[in-house]
Design a protein around this ligand. Structure first.
Ligand code: CP
Length: 306
């Protein structure tokens, strides 16, 4: 994927529909081991928030490509002591080949990328979680053999995952419905971006009605009701979000062959019931595995692995 060499991934909107499709095809080839790629490069992981899946899948992906990883926990670097982002970026730029950042403000990620010549990957910000959605689309493609014209319904908090899902579905030619309580809608600018990408050919629907959104969907998707940094709001949110729980009843409204996705970690009994996450329509463990394959394809594409 020569077109990706040296590129940043700050938002899914950085990709064209063709680039996204080709990246998913590369992930499928790498997962099946039909194709083996190598690169002798060094990835830095600068994560200011907790992570299991993203941290481990990036690390294993880089090892499998023959590269190395440095875990740059802010607590053991000067980042936690207030070294400016611009300075950290310019120094890490001199050591590393590529950097994945998990932070709070999307703007901090952008400042970092503007001061580094190496590729910078968004490993989650408050605004977006593009790497998660690459794995989600790969999982849907595997389950249905296609993405175009399928309908994905996201119910719950209009958070970073909802934002990136809207962009990813629009790029993939899918319909996307996002059902949230009033006041918890996704980012209005990203909604507009997704609608511009969809160009009226597919639906980008916002609603407060979870049942309407779930009807005849191929994919039901949710995430925790209070994201990292919002824990103090969790108790207040519980009754507001209760109608948005993915339960057997909600699943019965979707298509018979619908699948259920959750980016994890999950709070059973809150945004999803035990029966659904452990049920026959759940694909969350394949989805989690696909973080590895999707990110390996991403790293291989950006680093020009051969
Ligand atoms: N879904 C996800 O990003 O998981 P982690 O927070 O464990 O990386």
């Amino acid at each position: 994927m020569a077109v990706l060499i040296g590129r940043d991934l700050l938002s899914l909107a950085d990709f064209s529909p063709t680039e996204l499709q080709e990246l998913l095809q590369l992930a499928i080839q790498l997962k099946s081991q039909q194709l083996k790629l190598r690169c002798n490069k060094v990835l830095g992981l600068l994560f200011s928030k907790a992570s299991t899946r993203t941290r481990v899948s990036f690390t294993v992906a880089m090892y499998q490509l023959g590269g190395q990883v440095i875990d740059l926990n802010p607590n053991v670097t000067q980042v936690s002591r207030g070294e400016p982002i611009q300075d950290t970026a310019r120094v890490l730029d001199r050591y590393l080949d590529i950097l994945a950042i998990r932070t709070f403000a999307q703007q901090d990620l952008e400042v970092f990328a503007n001061h580094a010549t190496i590729p910078v990957i968004n490993a989650l910000t408050d605004a977006e979680h593009p790497c998660q959605i690459l794995a989600d689309l790969l999982t849907i493609q595997e389950c249905f053999g296609r993405l175009a014209d399928l309908t994905l319904t996201y119910v719950g908090d209009g958070n970073n995952v909802a934002n990136s899902l809207m962009l990813g579905c629009a790029l993939a030619g899918m319909n996307v419905r996002v059902a949230t309580p009033p006041g918890y809608e996704p980012d209005a600018k990203i909604v507009e971006q997704a609608r511009a990408i969809a160009g009226g050919k597919t639906e980008v629907l916002l609603t407060h009605d979870p049942e309407l959104a779930a009807k005849e969907a191929s994919v039901l998707y949710t995430d925790v009701w209070a994201s990292m940094g919002q824990e103090q709001e969790a108790d207040n949110r519980m009754p507001i979000f209760q109608p948005y729980q993915i339960s057997e009843q909600m699943l019965s409204l979707a298509n018979q062959d619908a699948i259920v996705l959750h980016c994890l970690p999950a709070h059973r009994g809150e945004e999803i019931t035990e029966e659904v996450i452990e049920g026959s329509q759940s694909r969350v463990w394949d989805q989690a595995e696909n973080r590895l394959h999707a990110q390996k394809a991403l790293l291989a594409g950006i680093l020009g692995a051969e």
